[in-house]
Design a protein around this ligand. Structure first.
Ligand code: F6P
Length: 359
């Protein structure tokens, strides 16, 4: 048995831990071989973009951020964009991918990815490739698993940033706005916001009212608070307003969000007269060493992916349903985002301790 493994989409802390666990379980427990495919699905467009994985070259990577295989969050072999004679054309390159999988002698493919990469993986599975999915994203927005690896580390990083912002905000009697990632889901902002003691948390699932945000900050000042912290998820939007989009593809697909932190900061300044500063945490949330929770979860996911291969349960994705790692059909995991429930326990608890969601 020769397993192919690739990481697709944006990187997340814990990718290397999955790659290591897949490799070690395959080699030590089953005596199989593992081929790493480089740069996500792009690596399958050429049979030379691979690397043999061994227990030796996957040593010492458990705690290393990023992915030793490389990844990309642009490009899709089913709709590959290339420029021919100065014109951009879209081609279905899946026949080439199928051919390369055969040429490489891959008996199956482990796809470590979020919604987009799992969709591509599922497409290949429908064409006959034995695929196993592993859920990855710092956004934690996949519905078919309790949690994706990478999320907890992103929350740790964002919480540490909030701890630091509190002290400088207090020294200067400022309002500090922190913009966090998460795309259309507010999980990072919500959990880091609560853990980092934010006063206002704005998330995509709860469109906010400008006047409510300003009211909360003015009330705090009146009650004697010298500073306030506002967390803004990049996908947050005001009631009746739009998300802040930084980059769109020609077909209108949103490639990058960003800028809502600046908008919120400037509006707060206008409405309250407070001295406001804005920090965008950006890709710091994606980098660095996975925390112990993510190392453990990613290792469990990697090992469980190999067990699914042993049982020939192709077309499935490993899933964490505490306390067990189980599996679900990949198609259950795609096209259905796991979003924050605006009336759920976590939001209610936060409101109960005085956090405003601007509603
Ligand atoms: O999906 C992970 C994520 O970090 C999102 O939170 C964010 O919107 C996006 O990827 C950023 O992607 P890029 O690496 O293209 O800037």
């Amino acid at each position: 048995m020769r397993i192919g493994v690739l990481s697709g989409g944006g990187d997340a802390p814990g990718l290397n831990a999955v790659i290591r666990a897949v490799t070690k379980t395959a080699i030590f427990k089953y005596g199989w071989e593992v081929t790493g495919v480089l740069d996500g699905f792009e690596g399958l467009l050429s049979p030379t973009k691979t690397r043999q994985l061994t227990s030796w070259n996957t040593r010492g990577i458990l705690f290393v951020g990023g992915t030793i295989l490389g990844t990309t969050n642009r490009g899709n072999p089913f709709a590959q964009k290339t420029v021919v004679n100065g014109r951009e054309i879209t081609e279905d390159m899946s026949p080439l991918v199928l051919n390369n999988i055969q040429e490489l002698g891959l008996d199956c493919l482990v796809v470590i990815g979020g919604d987009g990469s799992l969709k591509i993986g599922h497409g290949l599975y429908k064409l006959g490739v034995p695929v196993i999915g592993v859920p990855k994203t710092i956004d934690n927005d996949l519905s078919a698993t309790h949690v994706t690896f990478g999320f907890q580390t992103a929350v740790d990083t964002a919480t540490e940033a909030l701890d630091k912002l509190h002290t400088t905000a207090e020294s200067h009697q400022r309002v500090i706005v922190l913009e966090l990632m998460g795309r259309y889901a507010g999980w990072i902002a919500l959990e880091a916001g609560i853990a980092g003691s934010a006063d206002v948390i704005l998330i995509p699932e709860i469109p906010f009212k400008w006047e409510k945000v300003a009211e909360k900050l003015l009330e705090r000042k009146k009650a004697g608070s010298k500073s306030s912290i506002v967390v803004v998820a990049e996908g947050a939007k005001p009631v009746g307003g739009e998300m802040a989009v930084r980059e769109k593809a020609a077909d209108g697909y949103v490639l990058r969000l960003g800028g809502m932190g600046e908008r919120v900061g400037s509006e707060i300044g206008k409405r309250t007269g407070f001295d406001v500063r804005v920090t965008v945490l950006g890709h710091l949330q994606r980098g660095g060493s996975p925390d112990p929770f993510d190392r453990l979860l990613a290792s469990r996911y990697g090992a469980a992916a190999v067990e699914l291969i042993a049982k020939k349960r192709f077309g499935e994705m490993v899933s964490y349903q505490p306390p067990d790692i189980t599996s679900v059909p990949i198609e259950q995991a795609i096209d259905k985002l796991r979003l924050v429930d605006p009336d759920g326990d976590l939001v209610k608890m936060a409101e109960g301790i005085g956090v405003s969601f601007g509603r």
